[in-house]
Design a protein around this ligand. Structure first.
Ligand SMILES: [Zn+2]
Length: 123
């Protein structure tokens, strides 16, 4: 799903599936920015940081990003909620990079989490 920045006048409903995650929300124009607001929900595939096995976790969380088609100022660059994009806004790519940042978090599979709990009981 791609939307031209300069054609964005009225809010656009977004409903897109990337991997096993569905994003439902709205893309709208706010003065110098476009705002992508909605919710990510589904099963996120990730690699466990402890045992390196593939696993899945349930994701259900709000997403709110500002998009701009002009170069970011230094101050804006440090703000992770602002994304620089070209005139064509590629929603799938934005959701993809959002999922990747979730995957690069410290993630543990259920099994390793249970092992952790065991240790807590022992201590
Ligand atoms: Zn694990």
């Amino acid at each position: 799903m791609k939307i031209a920045f300069h054609k964005l006048n009225n809010p656009v409903d977004i409903n897109i599936k990337v991997e096993n995650i569905v994003f439902v929300g709205e893309l709208s124009k706010k003065s110098r920015f476009a705002e992508l607001k909605g919710n990510l929900k589904g099963e996120l595939d990730f690699i466990c940081d402890v045992c390196s096995k593939e696993s899945q976790k349930h994701l259900n969380e709000p997403l709110e990003l500002k998009l701009t088609n002009r170069p970011l100022s230094l101050e804006e660059e440090s703000n992770l909620d602002i994304v620089e994009c070209l005139d064509i806004i590629d929603i799938e790519e934005i959701i993809n990079s959002e999922l990747n940042s979730h995957k690069s978090d410290y993630n543990k599979c259920n099994k390793c989490q249970i092992n952790d709990n065991d240790e807590l009981i022992v201590v």
